[in-house]
Design a protein around this ligand. Structure first.
Ligand code: ADP
Ligand code: MG
Length: 315
């Protein structure tokens, strides 16, 4: 349904080029859930923004983003507006950035379909009640008259998901949708996204820095580091036998719910310099399994892993 092919994103800055996304390819099937995981700065949000046609002005993009037979990178603004309104929805980390504090929930929900689908006020209201139900907001009728500040953080994030659902998109890009929420509410929102996917068949790309929220939600995972794909796998297989030293590091940084006393180990070192296009493994300076060739060659993705070391030899 969506296929990202050899995507490169560079930013022109006063300091030279920043290579934010380097040759990333992946695809999302209809009705599936894919997680895009990586530390802060790894390029996750820029990939989502590129798909939506919302990159900053100083960005240079290369590659193809195929959606329904058309390349979104070569699509007119006008057509992108239509696709954003009706086919691909995006949810950001901070619900308040998507909500207008001065508008009732009803207006925020109905405005979208009245504007983009020419729906009558009445039909729009009926749709709003439906999606409020779909995102499990109790007493929806009364709540439509409320303003965003009258809701808790978790409820606001549900409203934002409801807004994304108003136009019945085929794909939702959820960019760290639970990062601002506490753990219990986080789990509820993940469950909700899962329900939405199975009830409505909407595909979901979940963007997160936390491998912990991926388990049980996405069937596929793409691990990014320094704007490159380090590993792609079925979630179960990835947790079972992570194939890249970076993925192993990320897994060690996931809190163990069964044994909270289990120490978390952050990956030592700092993120890669993105002022040059990588010519060697970007993770090499932080890698426990590094050998000389890792600093000289750029590992290509083979069998779902971009690592020169055999999997059996990893620590
Ligand atoms: N407009 C911009 N100009 C220069 N660099 C940018 C711009 N937008 C993002 N970047 C850089 O691109 C890289 C990837 O950013 P991003 O996709 O937001 O990371 P994350 O994985 O945390 O979502 C970061 O190094 C960021 O500083
Ligand atoms: Mg981000």
């Amino acid at each position: 349904m969506l296929s990202v092919e050899n995507l490169h994103i560079r930013f022109r800055t006063g300091d030279g080029l920043v290579h934010a996304v380097n040759d990333v390819s992946f695809s999302v099937d209809a009705g599936s859930r894919l997680a895009v995981v990586g530390e802060s700065g790894s390029g996750k949000s820029q990939i989502a923004l590129a798909i939506m046609g919302l990159l900053a002005k100083n960005a240079e993009v290369e590659g193809r983003i195929m959606w329904d037979g058309q390349d979104l990178l070569a699509t007119s603004n006008r057509e992108m507006n239509r696709i954003r309104a009706r086919e691909i929805g995006i949810i950001f980390q901070d619900p308040m950035s998507s909500l207008n504090p001065y508008m009732t929930i009803e207006r925020q929900l109905t405005e979208i379909v009245e504007h983009h689908e020419g729906m009558s006020r009445r039909a729009a209201r009926a749709r709003a009640l439906e999606v409020m139900d779909a995102v499990r907001i109790p007493d929806a009728k009364a709540r439509l008259r409320a303003y965003p500040h009258e809701f808790s953080g978790g409820m606001r994030q549900r409203i934002v998901i409801a807004m994304a659902l108003m136009c019945q998109p085929k794909l939702i890009l959820a960019d760290e949708p639970t990062t601002a929420l506490d753990v219990t509410v986080q789990a509820q929102i993940m469950q909700l996204l899962q329900d939405v996917q199975s009830d409505l068949g909407t595909s979901v790309v979940l963007i997160t820095h936390d491998l912990g929220v991926v388990a049980g939600f996405c069937e596929d995972v793409l691990v990014l580091y320094g704007g490159r794909v380090m590993e792609t796998a079925k979630t179960m297989a990835l947790f079972d036998q992570p194939g890249h030293p970076y993925t192993r590091g990320l897994l060690r940084a996931v809190p163990n719910i069964e044994d909270p006393s289990d120490a978390l180990t952050a990956i030592p070192g700092s993120p890669p310099n993105q002022h040059r296009f990588p010519v060697a493994c970007p993770f090499a300076p932080r890698c426990a399994d590094v050998v000389d060739t890792c600093r000289e060659t750029l590992p290509q993705l083979r069998d779902g892993r971009a690592c020169l070391r055999p999997i059996e030899e990893l620590t």
